[in-house]
Design a protein around this ligand. Structure first.
Ligand code: URA
Length: 239
């Protein structure tokens, strides 16, 4: 017989869109959560969400079978599931959700930071990654060199790289000088794409941060290395 999976009540609530772990601890303390008719006041209480009836703030809780997490990946961490040498985004989850096996959707370079979306929902990952869906990703970049109007035009036309020509991309210059700052939006996810596009224009990326993936925006309250479950609204936006 399959072992029944229990999880901490605070984790179940956070995964069901009731806010951060801190928020749900407050909810639990306020006596607004019951399991099988009993008020729960211990955030660590083990509950089986597919069997037990959880009532949260007066409503029966709808349990998500999948996990959806946004992380602000710090520099120096790789966006793979496992590595014998390097620290990975999965290591940053510190074992939480280990039985669900979330994986990062798409890659961010080791020296880049910002939004990484992790899930165990293969269908959703596929939708976001499928080239035919052309999901926009926006990055904040700092480069060595002066960004010009001609760069904006070149990005919009598509940049010829060694092995492919990029689809039209949006370059919005915020500051141009010996070093420049800009936003870049691309709808592909080729290896080192922005660095290579900038190189093709004679600039070198010195800082790169992903701000959004499709409709999902990095929560600026998350410091590099921090993560949280998506809210219900964010999950719905992604579908
Ligand atoms: N472009 C890059 O060059 N690197 C990334 O990590 C993402 C986009």
């Amino acid at each position: 017989m399959e072992k029944q999976k229990t999880e901490r009540i605070d984790k179940i609530l956070a995964m069901s869109g009731f806010g951060s772990r801190k928020d749900v601890k407050k909810l639990i303390k306020s006596g607004q959560i019951s399991v099988n008719g009993q008020i729960v006041n211990n955030a660590r209480a083990q509950v089986n969400p597919t069997v037990d009836e959880i009532i949260a703030v007066g409503k029966v809780l709808e349990y998500h079978k999948n996990v959806y997490i946004m992380m602000n990946k710090p520099q120096g961490v790789i966006s793979s599931t496992r590595d014998s040498v390097e620290s990975t985004v999965i290591d940053l989850l510190e074992g939480e959700y280990s039985h669900r096996k979330p994986f990062p959707v798409g890659r961010l370079d080791k020296d880049a930071e910002g939004l990484i979306f992790l899930t165990d929902d293969g269908k959703m990952a596929h939708r976001l990654l499928s080239p035919k869906n052309r999901v926009d990703k926006t990055y904040y970049v700092e480069v060595q060199g002066k960004l010009e109007k001609s760069d904006v035009q070149a990005f919009a036309a598509g940049i010829i790289l060694e092995d492919f020509t990029t689809l039209p991309a949006k370059l919005e210059i915020m500051e141009a000088g010996n070093t420049s700052r800009a936003y870049v939006t691309i709808c592909e996810g080729k290896f080192h794409q922005i660095k290579r596009m900038m190189n093709a224009r004679g600039k070198e990326v010195t800082f790169l941060k992903r701000l959004s993936l499709g409709p999902l925006k990095l929560d600026e309250k998350l410091a590099p290395g921090q993560w949280r479950e998506l809210t219900k609204e964010e999950i719905n936006l992604l579908w």
